[in-house]
Ligand binder design. Structure first.
Ligand SMILES: Nc1ncnc2c1ncn2[C@@H]1O[C@H](COP(=O)(O)OP(=O)(O)OP(=O)(O)O)[C@@H](O)[C@H]1O
Length: 251
């Protein structure tokens, strides 16, 4: 199986505080990689590094490499805007813009210079279909995105990310603000999306990690304690700390 992103000896700092230490991880192509671990262990920090979102925070620094498409994403040859186009992100709370459903989806493509109405229409239809939202909204594309339910808004945010034709999709607890029905729709969608995209997802739910991911990474206090196939991590963890966490005995 191909490696999509190769993280080597990664340390990450907020000022003097070392939030991640010596992380090594190979993220597999077209698989779902789940990041689990207790609050504050560095999951969000890690996922935000992959598309350099942490650059937006003053005083951050790193050591090590994150190799994507043959280049370290921090090398001067990498254009950050282009990187974020290729490595899209969906956040914890659905955050559609206060615009119509249509305008939310075409926001990124328009900023990247696509103007032709027919082309934009096609992007809207394809992205909403891929995000399993098209049938629910096709007759009201001009309605406000805020008129959608929370689960629909999150699928719209996924459609907005897909409209940029990404290669990798980062999801930071995408279902934590959703009810069980909306959550299971997003989980089904992730199952579908991994045929086309490499997905990295932060989740607090062991059940969710078990249901949707191929590989699981367990973080603790800024370190990667265990990483491997989800089935192995859950049925036969090698580290006592992983076992304690997944069985809920973590104190
Ligand atoms: N902007 C920041 N400035 C300084 N320290 C930060 C910043 N963001 C996170 N940290 C610290 O880095 C560590 C890791 O935080 P992070 O948010 O990555 O953890 P997490 O595993 O995603 O937690 P949670 O599950 O609660 O979201 C924590 O100690 C946190 O306080």
């Amino acid at each position: 199986m191909g490696v999509k992103i190769d993280i080597k000896n990664l340390d990450f700092y907020y000022g003097d505080f070392k939030a991640l230490s010596d992380i090594n991880m190979k993220i597999e192509d077209r698989k779902v990689t789940a990041l689990i671990g207790p609050s504050g262990c560095g999951k969000s920090t890690f996922i935000r590094i992959i598309n350099r979102m942490n650059d937006l925070i003053d005083g951050t620094s790193h050591k090590g490499e994150i190799v994507y498409e043959g280049k370290d994403i921090y090398s001067s040859k990498v254009d950050v805007v282009d990187l974020r186009k290729r490595v899209g992100m969906v956040f914890q709370k659905p955050n559609p813009f206060p615009k119509s459903i249509y305008e939310n989806v075409v926001f990124g493509p328009k900023r990247h210079g696509i103007k032709k109405k027919s082309e934009l229409d096609k992007i809207v239809e394809t992205s909403l279909k891929d995000a399993a939202l098209w049938d629910e909204v096709k007759d009201r594309l001009d309605s406000s995105a805020w008129s959608l339910s929370g689960g629909q808004q999150q699928r719209l945010c996924i459609a907005r990310a897909l409209a940029m034709e990404p290669d990798v999709l980062l999801m930071d607890e995408p279902t934590s603000a959703l009810d069980p029905v909306a959550t299971s729709k997003i989980e089904e969608l992730i199952e579908e999306l991994k045929n086309k995209y490499t997905i990295v997802i932060v989740t607090h739910s062991m059940q969710q990690a078990g249901r949707i991911s191929d590989n699981t990474a367990f973080f603790l206090m800024g370190r990667l304690v265990e990483f491997g196939k989800t089935a192995d991590i859950f049925s036969n963890p090698q580290d006592k700390r992983t076992e304690d966490y997944i069985t809920g005995r973590f104190g």
